[in-house]
Design a protein around this ligand. Structure first.
Ligand SMILES: [Zn+2]
Ligand SMILES: [Zn+2]
Length: 95
């Protein structure tokens, strides 16, 4: 699946792997503790490049529905743009 964010490089976006519900939960929790650790885990566990891992981690929401860039709190899509600031959000559903 391809995702794109107007604020981030590369401009054309990146291809992301499938994440199971357990993985979504896992990476979100790791990010909550440490962004750097979440990037490292994605590189090791999902065999991603550093660039892609960092891109993914940057866009994961810690709080469901809340934009990772501004104060908007009503995101409902899993991979959507914030209607307020248009940042990409990995607004993963909570299992
Ligand atoms: Zn972005
Ligand atoms: Zn926003």
């Amino acid at each position: 699946m391809k995702v794109r964010c107007k604020n981030c490089l590369p401009k054309e976006g990146i291809e992301i792997p499938e994440f199971s519900s357990a993985e979504k939960e896992h990476y979100r929790k790791v990010k909550e503790g440490s962004t750097i650790r979440a990037v490292k885990k994605l590189i090791d566990e999902k065999k991603l490049s550093h660039r892609d891992a960092k891109y993914i981690v940057t866009h994961i929401n810690i709080e469901y529905g809340q934009c990772n860039r501004c104060s908007f709190k009503q995101l409902d899509e899993e991979y959507g743009k914030c209607p307020k600031c248009s940042a990409l959000n990995f607004n993963w559903k909570r299992s």
